[in-house]
Design a protein around this ligand. Sequence first.
Ligand code: IVH
Length: 677
Amino acid sequence: MSELAERVARLRQRINYHAYRYYVLSDPEISDAEYDILFNELKRLEAQHPELITPDSPTQRTGTAPAEGFTKVTHPAPMLSLANATSPEDLRAWEQRFRKLLPPDTPVSTVVEPKIDGLTVVLHYHNGLFTLGATRGDGITGEDITANLRTIRSLPLRIPIHPDAPAAPRHLVVRGEAFMSKADFAAFQAEQAALGRHYVNPRNTAAGALRNLDPTVTASRPLDLWVYQIVVREGGPEIDDQWSALQYLRQLGFPVQHTQNRLFHDFAALVQYCQDWQSQKDSLPYEADGLVIKINSFALQEHLGYVGKDPRWAIAYKYPTPEVSTRLLDIVVEVGRTGVLTPRADLEPVTVGGVTISSATLHNADYVAEKDIRIGDTVVIRRAGDVIPRVERALPELRHGDEQPWQMPATCPACGGAVVRYEGEVAAYCENSACPAQLVRRVEFFVSRQAMDIAGFGARQAELFVQQGFIREIADIYTLHSHRQQLLDMKGYAEKKVDKLLQAIEDSKAQPAVRVLTGLSIRFVGAAVAELLLAHCGSITALATTDPQTLEQIEGIGPRIAASVHTWFSEVDNQRTFARLQQLGLTMALPAAAAAPNPALAGTSFVLTGTLPTWSRQQATEIIKAHGGKVTNAVSGKTDYLLAGDKPGSKFTKAQQLDVSILSEADLRQMLGLEEA
Ligand code: IVH
């Protein structure tokens, strides 16, 4: 390296380190003026020698705007969400649930972290360099907001920050939360109010800033970051638990919460901490809507796995939010897209947390009955964060005597069809798949961003097109073009708008299989479950004929989901809908890797054993399948490869006896060309 190049590299490293002291540790070692001198020298040298500019240079935080919106990024593992606990009892019930799945007296430590109320971001580092940052999106795919994330000063552009820290792993993907601190928000809000612009809360403001198409705008917003989870890691030291992972991330120079994080070996102490922590919540410099509790050991996490989209090894603890009372004017029944009937309270409008509320959920008939909530009652309403407001309880001492008890009607209010309840389920269903209210909801969901993402098609259009008889089932969305003239005759549907809509519908035919499957509104099948099912079965067509017992074998799929999928595909109307979607030209493509199987794995059979260094069992299975291989449970003469990790067990011996090739994760990566050169 030339002397000049060395000087530039050294400056860059020093500046990044001092920025870290300032923005992450809030403990600068040098004055602002000294920092500026270093920074200006680097800027000057880079201007004279642009060939020396590197992507991790502190001068390069604000780049150029993405020309065409954000591109989609598929996450290396689904970004799971969390189940909630709101009381000590809930926490103890959670403990009982996971204890049942562990050998008796297994010691279980837990890590508690604040639940930061910001936006999940997924950050990728290759050989220490920040290369990609994405939003959570639907948990499966997010949006590439790398340019915007680079503007966050506490986000390391290169790790490790400190030269004495351990070397960066070859590949690292971490999850964190981008947010705006309370103080920064207040200052920003005041400054903007003077310009006549109004911002309501830090979270929405941070969200807007991160999704702004112009990174210079993002750079002007005071965003911050906490990192709390390793998603993927190749290389680096052995790490067995969350607590060590947090220390490790901090060593590498990531901003990691440390004043509020705690490690507990005793569950009762943890419960106590959660109860007591509420008093600290409001004095934090940023908004937190509760705590996240994670089982510390990665081995136990792996063992417990997850149900649907929630891990069994973690839970969110949330605190009760303010309550107000108002009059319950009426109870109306709403019909959902899968036929679920939900009682909704019509309320005398009331303000909670700055928002006026005139309706709230009552969940289900049991809830109304247990709480003896009557029409005409004065009721207590609670609204927590973004959550739909709900009726908490009635105040019977304020009754006049003319309040009316309520029951779930025996017939669907929309179609008059029979209302059914299944044993063990609280939900009541309208079982009429031709119910117009269900159809409107299904269409609305099918075209929504969560499923086929058809622009210009929303609730209003769904309602109108069903009402006009243009759409009698989901597949009719793709024959809407045959009603073009009728559409043009309607008020508010000019030619340009209609053609744009029809084009958007046409374009959506290329959406991947996972979106189609999600869009079908099969009970209990959201995006995360759809992804799992497809990873296992390969296609919707194959899924349709897979028996429920086989589906239940998939990690994350229980009997309820398996039965629901099976029932859906056994109904003639549904079979017809699906067949029509195929005939009408939906491609239902699988992810690129699956569509073009790697010849190295096509037709091969794998068995997995032991703990792999970075992939979970689930991930390894998905990767093998995506490359054309299959995964079975037991080693036999038909097994081609044993993918073995740490503590392999009896399958290993068996494989040796049968002369089955044994691969490590690294070997497999190499076979698939996933290893770096
Ligand atoms: S862990 C499986 N830790 O809370 C791991 N999440 O539903 C799931 N969040 O949207 C996430 N602070 O964005 C985790 N310390 C923390 C968190 C945290 C905030 C958010 C996260 C997610 C939601 C959980």
